[in-house]
Design a protein around this ligand. Structure first.
Ligand SMILES: Cc1ncc(COP(=O)(O)O)c(C=O)c1O
Length: 442
C-alpha cells in the first residue's frame, strides 16, 4: 500500500481536492508512485489528512478520469498501468534571449514618430467599438483593407492589382511561409548575406536554402523552385537591383519556371530619389510580392500583405481557409484606420527625413569605411574582421548591440557591422557612433 505524503494548505485559494489531485498526479508523473501500486481508501486517506471524505473522493475521481488511477471493483484504487511518464528534459532555449540591458542598433527596428499618437489612439478606439466577425473571418483579409492596400500598391509601388489579388498576412515571414505551402517541392535560392528570418522560415518548412551571392545577377534558376530577393534594398548590403539585373532575373525565372519572391520590406524609405518601382510591376506572373507594416508602423503589429501569381495565390487561399489561418481581425481594422487616416503616409514622410539626416551622421562618423546610405534605416559597414570584432565588443561595453555582418552570411565571407539607426534617439546614436568611430580610427 502506497504511503501518500501530501501537504495541504488551507490558506490557499485552491480547493483542497484540487491541491490533493495535483500532488498525487505529480507523485505519479515523477515515478514516486509506480504502476500497480495500491492507494489508501478514500475514507482512510481522508482520516489521515484530516479532511472531509468528499475531498479524497474528488481527487480519486479526477485522477481516474484523467487515466492516472484506476478503480478495481472491490479491491481499491491503484496507479494505472500507463501511469508513469518520462518527464521531458526541460527545453533549452534555441535562441539566446536578447540582452535587454543593451540597446540594439539593428537593421529592422524603425523610428516611430510619436507625434502622431492621436491617429494611433483613434484607430484602436474604432476597433474597440466594432463588433468582431461571428465566425472565422475571410482568410484573405478584410475586404476594405485589401481595397485600400491595392490602391496604395499602385500609388507607391507601381503594382496594379485588384483587391481580390491582395492577401493580408501576419508579416513578411508569414507570407513567405504561405508561399512555401503553395510551391511544388524543391529548393529555394536566397541571397547570401541575406535576411535571417527568411532563411529560418523557409528551412522550417523542410526546404533546402541554396545560397546565391548577393548583388550578383541571378541568371540560372534551374536548380530551385523559387528565389527570394530584396531588389529595392538588398538586405543587408544595401544597394538596389539594377534594371538590367531585374530583367535577367525575370528571364531566368521564366526559363526555369521558377517563382521570384520579392521582399519589399523598406522600399518606401528611399531618401535621394522616389522609391524604385517594385519588381512585381514588371511581371505579375513570375513575382510574388511581400509587403509589411513592420517598417512604417511597427514590427510588433505583425501585419503584411502578399500579392502572388494567380495559381499560387489560389493554393495559398485554399490552404489558409482549411487551416483557419488569417491575420488578426483587430490588427487589420486598426491598420485600415491608420491607412485611411493618412497616418502611414505621414509617418513614412517624417521617418524618411529622420533617416536621411541620420544616414549622413553615420557616414560622417564612420568615414572612410562607409558612404551615406540612400535608403532604409541602417548602414552596412564592411570592415576587416578584427576591426569589426573590436568595434562590436567596444560598442557592447558601452551598452550598444551593433550586429556583425558575418552573422547574416551563410557561405559568404564578409565582415563588418550593421549600424541600425531607426530604433534609437539622436543622442543614443551619437553615443554609439562615438564608440565605433574611436575604434575604427584606431
Ligand atoms: C529583409 C527584411 N524583410 C522583412 C522584414 C520584416 O519582416 P516582418 O514583416 O515579418 O516583420 C524585415 C525586418 O527586419 C527585414 O529586414
Amino acid at each position: 500500500m502506497a504511503i501518500l505524503v501530501v501537504d495541504l494548505d488551507r490558506t490557499r485559494a485552491t480547493p483542497l481536492g484540487a491541491q490533493l489531485s495535483s500532488q498525487v498526479r505529480a507523485r505519479i508523473t515523477d515515478g514516486l508512485l509506480t504502476p500497480g501500486e495500491r492507494l489508501p481508501s478514500s475514507r482512510a486517506l481522508a482520516r489521515e489528512l484530516g479532511v472531509a471524505r468528499s475531498v479524497t473522493e474528488q481527487c480519486y475521481g479526477q485522477l481516474v478520469a484523467e487515466g492516472w488511477l484506476e478503480g478495481r471493483h472491490g479491491s481499491g484504487t491503484f496507479v494505472a498501468a500507463s501511469g508513469t511518464v518520462t518527464r521531458p528534459t526541460p527545453p533549452r532555449p534555441l535562441v539566446t534571449p536578447p540582452d535587454t540591458s543593451l540597446l540594439r542598433l539593428d537593421s529592422g527596428t524603425p523610428w516611430i514618430d510619436t507625434r502622431h499618437r492621436s491617429a494611433w489612439r483613434r484607430a484602436w478606439r474604432e476597433v474597440s467599438v466594432a463588433t468582431p466577425p461571428r465566425g472565422y473571418d475571410d482568410p484573405r483579409g478584410l475586404p476594405e483593407l485589401r481595397a485600400e492596400l491595392a490602391v496604395r500598391l499602385a500609388r507607391t509601388r507601381g503594382v496594379d492589382v485588384h483587391p481580390d489579388e491582395v492577401l493580408v498576412t501576419a508579416g513578411t515571414t508569414d507570407g513567405l511561409r504561405h508561399l512555401m505551402t503553395a510551391l511544388p517541392p524543391g529548393h529555394v535560392a536566397v541571397e547570401d548575406p541575406g535576411y535571417r528570418a527568411a532563411v529560418e522560415a523557409i528551412r522550417a518548412t523542410g526546404r533546402q536554402v541554396v545560397d546565391v551571392p548577393a548583388l550578383r545577377p541571378l541568371t540560372d534558376l534551374h536548380s530551385v523552385v523559387a528565389a527570394y530577393v530584396t531588389p529595392a534594398h538588398q538586405h543587408p548590403l544595401g544597394p538596389s537591383m539594377s534594371g538590367r539585373d531585374r530583367l535577367a532575373l525575370l528571364a531566368a525565372a521564366r526559363a526555369a519556371d521558377a517563382l521570384v519572391i520579392e521582399d519589399d520590406y523598406d522600399s518606401e524609405f528611399r531618401y535621394d530619389v522616389a522609391p524604385i518601382p517594385a519588381l512585381a510591376s514588371l511581371d505579375r506572373d513570375r513575382v510574388a510580392y511581400l509587403g509589411t507594416a513592420s517598417k512604417a508602423v511597427a514590427p510588433s503589429l505583425r501585419l503584411g500583405w502578399l500579392v502572388a501569381p494567380a495559381p499560387i495565390r489560389e493554393r495559398v487561399e485554399r490552404h489558409r481557409a482549411a487551416a483557419h489561418d488569417a491575420a488578426s481581425w483587430p490588427v487589420q481594422r486598426a491598420f485600415l484606420s491608420l491607412l485611411r487616416d493618412g497616418y502611414v503616409d505621414r509617418v513614412v514622410r517624417s521617418a524618411r527625413r529622420v533617416y536621411a539626416d541620420r544616414a549622413v551622421r553615420v557616414a560622417a562618423a564612420l568615414t572612410p569605411y562607409v558612404e551615406a546610405p540612400v535608403a532604409g534605416m541602417y548602414a552596412t559597414v564592411v570592415l576587416p574582421r578584427p576591426l569589426a570584432l573590436a568595434a562590436h565588443r567596444d560598442a557592447r561595453d558601452a551598452g550598444f548591440d551593433v550586429p556583425l555582418l558575418a552573422d547574416y552570411c551563410r557561405s559568404a565571407d564578409l565582415h563588418g557591422l550593421i549600424v541600425g539607426f531607426g530604433g534609437c534617439t539622436d543622442v543614443e546614436l551619437d553615443a554609439a557612433l562615438a564608440v565605433l568611430s574611436r575604434v575604427l580610427r584606431g
